[in-house]
Write a protein that binds this ligand. Structure first.
Ligand code: PHE
Length: 340
């Protein structure tokens, strides 16, 4: 009997040696100690043995059991530590390898200019107003003193969606909207946004472009306020030494209307190819809000005055960054965009 146990011990050892996984060890445990194990034979024989034999046999069986348990727990420890080692090996990170580089996106040059201008005006106490890109003919034209058939509508080749709705040709309708709802109170806003005109695209024209328009309405507003505001804007954008000048112009919604030039920041006013030898660069249109516009939106032109201006973002960005073709802004070519 003890021989049988000894050979079983050997069997346990050889079988355990072959195990490489925890489940195999568990199966082995069941095999040697479970219900169908060779031990059962021995236990059955115990019934026939006398008291003395029973004692030694019981002891031997118990010892065998302890032996199996001990061997198994050793093997389990060995396998677990091997597995941990394997995992550490496979998950090892070589910190000397070069890292992955991520391509970061960044702001579009037009967004940069818009935010810069917005910051300047917010610093002067303006609010930012926005409106829809699909506008009514009424807001886009009529409230701005451009009734049906007015010849100045020719200046804005428009995309009509139906007889009363169009893609806005400027951001002035946002100003009209604010005036309509402000109940005759003072206004100080800028309106940035996309606008559309039926132009053929070339280096200086785009059927879609961006504007920022400004509107101030209050008592005692004069052309001098407009000039001071625009001079400050231009100096912040292009340099402290700059002068601005007004040239008479025409817009249906302002009277008087002016075209605003700024000292050429490239040559300082001496004349160069950028300013076509004039020393001045045209940057925007502006004027005092036309009394008809004030009246149509519920302001008494006798007691209220206002100024308005509108500038093209692309034009400012082109001047600022020395870009010679407006189409670059809309091509989304990373080689262009990366430069800003
Ligand atoms: N809305 C005008 C345009 O797009 C620009 C402008 C605004 C001119 C305000 C004068 C005053 O042409």
């Amino acid at each position: 009997m003890t021989e049988r146990l000894l050979s079983l011990k050997d069997e346990v050892k050889t079988e355990l040696n072959k195990c490489t996984a925890i489940h195999e060890v568990n199966a082995l445990k069941a095999h040697f100690l479970g219900k169908k194990s060779p031990l059962q034979e021995l236990l059955a024989k115990m019934k026939e043995a006398d008291v003395e034999e029973k004692k030694t046999l019981g002891k031997a069986i118990n010892e065998f059991k302890q032996f199996v348990e001990a061997e198994i727990s050793l093997k389990l420890k060995e396998i677990t530590s091997l597995e941990i080692q394997k995992r550490l090996e496979s998950e090892r990170i070589d910190i000397t390898l070069p890292g992955k580089s991520f391509a970061f996106g960044h702001q579009h040059p037009l967004t940069k200019i818009i935010e810069e201008i917005e910051d300047i005006f917010i610093g002067m106490g303006y609010e930012i107003a926005e409106g829809p890109e699909i506008e009514t003919d009424h807001n886009n034209f009529e409230l701005l003193n451009l009734p049906q058939g007015h010849p100045a509508r020719e200046m804005h080749d428009s995309f009509y969606i139906d007889p009363t709705n169009l893609l806005r040709t400027h951001t002035s309708p946002v100003q009209a909207r604010v005036m309509q709802t402000s109940g005759g109170k003072p206004i100080k806003i800028i309106c940035p946004g996309k606008v559309y005109r039926r132009d053929n695209d070339d280096a200086t024209h785009s059927h879609q472009f961006m504007q920022i328009e400004g509107l101030v309405i209050d008592k005692n507003i004069t052309l001098a306020d407009l000039k001071g505001t625009l001079a400050l804007l231009m100096r912040k954008m292009f340099g402290n030494e700059l002068e601005i000048r007004f040239r008479p112009s025409f817009f249906p919604f302002t009277e008087p209307s002016v075209e605003v030039d700024v000292t050429c920041f490239k040559c300082g006013g001496e004349g160069c190819p950028l300013c076509k030898g004039t020393g001045w660069i045209e940057v925007l249109g502006a004027g005092m809000v036309h009394p008809n516009v004030l009246k149509m939106s519920g302001y008494d032109p006798e007691t209220n005055q206002g100024f308005a201006f509108g500038l093209g973002i692309e034009r400012i960005a082109m001047l600022r960054y020395g870009i010679d073709d407006i189409r670059y802004f809309y091509l989304n070519d990373p080689r262009f965009l990366k430069q800003f």
